[in-house]
Design a protein around this ligand. Structure first.
Ligand SMILES: Nc1ncnc2c1ncn2[C@@H]1O[C@H](COP(=O)(O)OP(=O)(O)OP(=O)(O)O)[C@@H](O)[C@H]1O
Ligand SMILES: [Mg+2]
Length: 326
């Protein structure tokens, strides 16, 4: 693979806020045309990572290239290739949906048709409504529309579907699939793991500022965590058997019982695997803290003392860029 095939390259990325380490050395690549999901609990460092890639935040250490450019030095032509949906932009303007999209479309050299975008985000009936009068989920759809209007090469979506009703979420999935067919590279964060499983080619799980696992969605987690479960009812009792060869187990059941009652073969969902990964990481982190506490004989552990500037609420912002999310 050449460097031209790589849309995003992140090497040993770190970010500290005062004494607090939000990112502790994260490494991953995203290929051109790939849909890549960044998963992890609240506070894991997903938005911090994404905002560094977008050029909204400066990094503390490591190397980052986005479409071949260091985001800290990305000029206008570079920005025009990006589509950005921040976690909380909350469009609340006095202009209508159509006016806002038309204005944004005018800023890009090869923008999409405004009516097409309005249809893709399901706001035809609200096209002439002022954004401030839309519901929360409808405003979020406008955010997504503004993210895609410039026909971006690389689209960043930070929890894009928060507040969407189920139908809007399915419609959004269709939009993402059509962008993917056009070759758009997509970096997505979401807490809906069914969404990540549906849309992404690969995913990375981040917890506590570290990468816990990375790979194709179907191969995340340990091999044991992915073993399917065969479930059936026999003599009135629900029975379960974990098996790497569920077909053979089912064949055995059929031979023994005829058609098994309430037969199911359940594969662990991405959510099951994610929870196992994150729970294991939490347990390790707690063990490290306990070991550290013993080793330092009760002394305050670096990075956990709010008085030392570790608390997000007490850390002051240093640059204008970083104020944007304050
Ligand atoms: N400006 C800031 N100053 C200090 N700490 C910050 C700042 N921004 C983020 N943090 C801290 O960095 C950590 C990572 O935050 P981040 O927003 O990247 O998490 P996230 O993975 O996006 O979480 P969520 O799922 O809740 O959106 C959190 O502990 C957060 O409190
Ligand atoms: Mg976030």
């Amino acid at each position: 693979m050449t460097s031209n095939d790589i849309a995003v390259s992140v090497q040993n990325l770190t970010k500290t806020y005062g004494a607090f380490a939000a990112l502790k050395g994260i490494t991953f690549d995203i290929e051109r045309g790939e849909t890549f999901a960044l998963l992890g609990p609240n506070g894991a460092g997903k938005s911090t990572t994404i905002e560094i890639l977008e050029g909204y935040r400066d990094r503390s250490g490591g190397e980052v290239r986005v479409l071949g450019v260091d985001p800290q030095h990305g000029g206008l032509p570079w920005k025009a290739k990006l589509g950005i949906v921040l976690q909380s932009s909350g469009e609340s303007g006095n202009v209508t949906v159509r006016e806002q999209l038309t204005q944004f479309a005018g800023m890009y050299p090869n923008s999409r048709d405004v009516n097409e975008v309005i249809a893709a985000i399901g706001l035809e009936e609200k096209a002439n409504t002022r954004i401030k009068n839309l519901s929360g989920g409808q405003q979020r759809r406008v955010d997504v529309g503004l993210g895609v209007i410039g026909r971006p090469e690389l689209l960043f979506l930070d929890e894009p579907t928060t507040g969407f009703d189920p139908e809007a979420r399915r419609q959004f999935w269709e939009l993402i699939r059509s962008l993917k067919r056009e070759g758009t590279t997509i970096l997505l964060t979401t807490h809906y793991l069914d969404e990540a499983a549906q849309l992404s080619d690969r995913a990375a799980v981040v917890a506590g500022g570290k990468l816990v696992d990375i790979g194709p969605v179907g191969s995340l987690g340990s091999a044991e965590a992915r073993v399917p479960l065969v479930r059936w009812r026999e003599s009135g009792i629900v029975r379960e058997q974990r098996a790497t060869d569920p077909g053979a187990v089912v064949a055995g059941l059929v031979a023994r019982l005829g058609e098994p009652v309430e037969l199911e073969v359940v594969r662990p969902s991405l959510e099951d695997i994610y929870l196992e990964l994150v729970t294991a990481e939490n347990a390790e982190a707690e063990a490290r803290v306990a070991a550290n506490t013993t080793a330092t004989d009760g002394a305050v552990i670096a990075g956990t003392n709010p008085a030392a500037g570790a608390s997000p609420t007490t850390t002051s912002f240093t640059t204008t860029k970083e104020n944007e999310r304050a």
